[in-house]
Write a new protein. Structure first.
Length: 138
């Protein structure tokens, strides 16, 4: 299996989300999800596996809102919403206005703790897969 031309060998993947689940997620987040994220969750509604030197966990449509609520993402960094983790102490987020991808430490969710990683999910996957983004960059 692959996404964006990148192998997902070794990933544990869920079945794709139905369109109604994606629409409901957009409604709950009050955003239009980027096309590449919609493509990913339409094929694989969440999953986890190795990418480059990292382990990435993509949240499923039913997990996104609860994860953001549980970790107070909506309250602590309201301009962002998490859609993935590094499998550890960091969440990977979209900025609500420009949909740029950032990472934040889960223990210190504050605007000044974020690091911009990529302009799109496709770019993030490509850069992580070739080692341009590693654990130390998150």
């Amino acid at each position: 299996m692959e996404i964006f031309g990148i192998s997902l060998f070794g990933w544990r993947l869920n079945s794709g989300a139905i369109p109604e689940s994606i629409i409901e997620l957009e409604y709950q987040l009050k955003v239009k999800l980027p096309t590449d994220f919609q493509e990913l969750i339409s094929r694989f509604d969440g999953g986890e596996g190795p990418l480059g030197s990292m382990n990435i966990r993509i949240l499923g449509t039913t997990e996104v809102v609860s994860f953001n609520s549980d970790y107070s993402v909506f309250r602590r960094i309201p301009s962002y919403f998490a859609f993935a983790t590094d499998g550890g102490d960091y969440c990977i987020t979209y900025h609500r206005d420009n949909m740029m991808i950032h990472s934040f430490p889960l223990g210190a969710l504050a605007e000044d703790e974020g690091k911009q990683l990529a302009g799109s999910l496709r770019e993030l996957f490509q850069r992580v897969s070739i080692g341009q983004i590693t654990d130390s960059d998150i």
